[in-house]
Design a protein around this ligand. Structure first.
Ligand SMILES: [Zn+2]
Length: 454
């Protein structure tokens, strides 16, 4: 009862609604069961794959069953899809052991077995790379540091990328090995049609990279043999974002977007990245609908495709709806693992502080908070596309646990990474924040970023 009264006092919203949403999710949440279906039944959801298309059908059905209306897919051009093939690698001298390898997405394969001596490329600038590029011919390149744009080059990132691409293209290397940033020898996955580092590139474990360096330091050149079988499909395909709504009662033209990405990497079922966000937002819709709650503004869930390939789905969404952006009240993205929400991040603009603070206020009174309104970046995800367009857009910072160190983009992004209680809290916070934004004061738009780095 005390919490009920406090929620009413603190938020100015109906504290009963906050309590009811929290209770509904507490008692009837379908999130974990849905996440099991998505991970165990649908499986990996690489952009452009049959798995993602199965997931879109699954998600549309779930949103419809949850009570959403206007459930539909909005397609956009992807280009040729990419599919992993068989991949293996072995050290031919030294300890002679095979080692794990994971091909960079949207990078061409090796067309069979290739062999070569390992050399280290440590080139933080394009100029340093240029100076040694010719010497990489016939070598397997261990990429310790790759060129990053200098202050001057940052003004024209596409030109920088083009120059780097040309340099790689002129270099007759055998393959490129990228040390993983994950712990415990876990590999990573990355890449996309516009995130193409180069051809014939793959992640290897941290200690495997360190072993190569130890050998080189002892004067022994590692000799490796590897196969990268990933390849492109024959024809260009479309991808799609899944869209669903709960129509607003008073101002249906004003829209609050809850955004998560349905695509995942391909060597895991993507339980945390971003299955957890998907099922949380399906649950927000279900809980509001089940309670008969009708927001003043329209709630729109958008489950993006192609996030992992460089936020392609949100870019396509923005391009298709540019004229409507003024009517987007806010965008809230849940894509930082499956931990409890601790802050609304990425989006602290003074003009938004009051509305955001009011939106999170009820969380504390119902035992979910405190939730900070913070500036720090929480995750590079779809909110950044909207933010660059001036739309009030932010994301949840979540307790990270072993997310960034082990689970994120690794093959162990599995269901055991998701604690039901944490997912429940994230869902409840999302529901309350969404309800606040759907019914509270409007947030002013910012001037668009003239030179966004996305
Ligand atoms: Zn993600």
């Amino acid at each position: 009862m005390l919490a009920f009264v406090m929620a009413t006092l603190i938020s100015g919203l109906d504290g009963g609604v906050a309590q009811a949403l929290v209770h509904e999710v507490d008692v009837h949440s379908e999130s974990m069961r849905n996440l099991e279906e998505l991970c165990d039944g649908v499986g990996p959801r690489l952009t452009g794959s049959a798995g993602l298309h199965r997931a879109q059908t699954w998600a549309a059905a779930k949103l419809t069953a949850a009570g959403a209306t206007n459930v539909h897919l909005e397609s956009f051009a992807l280009g040729k899809p990419w599919q992993r093939g068989s991949e293996r690698a072995r050290l031919l001298n030294g300890n002679g052991l095979p080692f794990d390898i994971a091909q960079w997405g949207w990078s061409t394969g090796t067309a069979g077995v290739v062999r070569g001596p390992v050399v280290v490329l440590d080139a933080p600038t394009l100029a340093q790379f240029e100076a040694v590029a010719a010497s990489l011919a016939g070598k397997v390149v261990l990429l310790k540091r790759r060129p990053q744009p200098t202050e001057a080059e940052r003004g024209d990132v596409p030109a920088f990328r083009e120059r780097m691409g040309k340099l790689w293209g002129s270099t007759a290397y055998v393959a490129v090995l990228v040390p993983s940033e994950r712990e415990s020898e876990l590999l990573e996955m990355a890449g996309g049609p516009f995130l193409k580092l180069k051809d014939r590139v793959a992640f290897i474990g941290r200690d495997q990279a360190a072993l190569f360096e130890r050998m080189i330091a002892r004067g022994v050149t590692p000799q490796v043999e590897l196969v990268l079988g990933g390849a492109f499909g024959p024809t260009a395909v479309n991808e799609a974002n899944v869209v669903a709504e709960l129509l607003g009662t008073e101002r249906p033209d004003e829209v609050v977007i809850l955004g998560a990405h349905l695509d995942s990497w391909d060597l895991s079922p993507g339980a945390t990245d971003n299955g957890a966000g998907v099922v949380a937002f399906v649950e927000v819709v279900r809980a509001m609908h089940a309670l008969g709650l009708r927001p003043k503004r329209t709630l729109r869930v958008v489950l993006f495709a192609g996030e992992e390939q460089g936020v392609l789905g949100s870019k396509a969404y923005l391009a298709a709806h540019a004229a409507d952006m003024a009517r987007i009240q806010a965008v809230f993205v849940l894509d930082a693992g499956a931990g409890q929400v601790v802050a609304l991040a990425d989006g602290k603009v003074d003009a938004w502080a009051e509305a955001l603070t009011a939106a999170v206020a009820p969380t504390e009174a119902v035992g979910l908070g405190p939730i900070e309104v913070a500036y720090a970046r929480a995750s590079g995800s779809d909110q950044e596309v909207f933010r660059a367009a001036g739309v009030p857009a932010f994301s949840a910072r979540q307790e990270q646990g072993d997310y960034w160190s082990h689970r994120h983009h690794s093959r162990i992004d599995t269901l055991d990474a998701v604690k039901p209680e944490s997912l429940k809290q994230a869902t409840q916070v999302s529901a309350l924040v969404a309800w606040g934004l759907l019914n509270g004061d409007s947030l002013p738009h910012e001037p668009p970023d003239p030179n966004p780095v996305l």
